[in-house]
Design a protein around this ligand. Structure first.
Ligand code: GDP
Ligand code: FE
Ligand code: FE
Length: 194
């Protein structure tokens, strides 16, 4: 085994200890899909595989853990008004650095941005994890095939597709929408309107 494969294996064990089997399998599939998108987009495959593996590391933590971590890591106190859907990325990145010892800032940023996306300046690795989370082979929502085809042609078009559809879905269901989800959407909408 290469040094990287050994690291990936060690991290897999720690991720699986934190998650239900279903969620862990999702992380493995996101890792594989991120590797594929990295190949297609000239990004380091191993970096993408590791980012995909850890992206939902904190997804099943109790609310108290997140609330304590927001203080401990001096994150924006407004985060306390949100919920696990938002915390597991933004706060989860700090937990991943602290508990898994992953210091690569590009991986930590990709985890931070994986739920809300970001504007057109979003780093390529973050786009890859954002799309791999949406398109991994276990996903089966209406339009997933089209979304995969669009993303194979253009990662940026894929990011916009996901933002557009997630925003509509959240609004249709009457969910509260995190402001960053709107600003991400608006930035890409402006970009593609030009
Ligand atoms: P997952 O962790 O693999 O389930 O995927 P994500 O991290 O992308 O999303 C977590 C959950 O948050 C999903 O149910 C999304 O629909 C939801 N979500 C995404 N954006 C927002 C938002 O702006 N506000 C709220 N409340 N939920 C969101
Ligand atoms: Fe997630
Ligand atoms: Fe996920």
């Amino acid at each position: 085994m290469t040094a990287f494969e050994e690291e990936l294996h060690a991290v897999e064990k720690k991720v699986s200890a934190q998650l239900s089997d279903g969620r862990f399998q999702h992380c493995l599939r996101v890792s594989d899909y991120a590797r594929k998108l990295a190949q297609e987009n000239g990004v380091d495959e191993n970096q993408a595989a590791l980012a995909g593996l850890v992206h939902d590391y904190a997804k099943e933590r109790p609310a108290e853990d997140f609330l304590a971590a927001i203080d401990r890591f001096h994150l924006d106190p407004d985060l306390k008004n949100w919920s696990r859907a938002i915390w597991h990325g933004v706060v989860g990145a700090e937990m991943i650095q602290d508990e898994l010892g992953i210091d690569d800032p590009a991986i930590l940023d990709a985890v931070r941005l994986h739920t809300t996306g970001d504007g057109v300046e979003m780093p390529t690795l973050a786009k890859i994890v954002f799309m791999a989370d949406y398109l991994e082979t276990g996903r089966d929502f209406p339009g997933v095939k089209e979304a995969r085809e669009i993303t194979d042609k253009s990662l940026d078009r894929g990011v916009f597709y996901q933002l557009q559809h997630t925003l509509s879905f959240l609004a249709e269901n009457g969910n509260v929408i995190y402001p960053k989800t709107f600003t991400s959407y608006n930035d890409w909408a402006r970009h593609f309107a030009e």
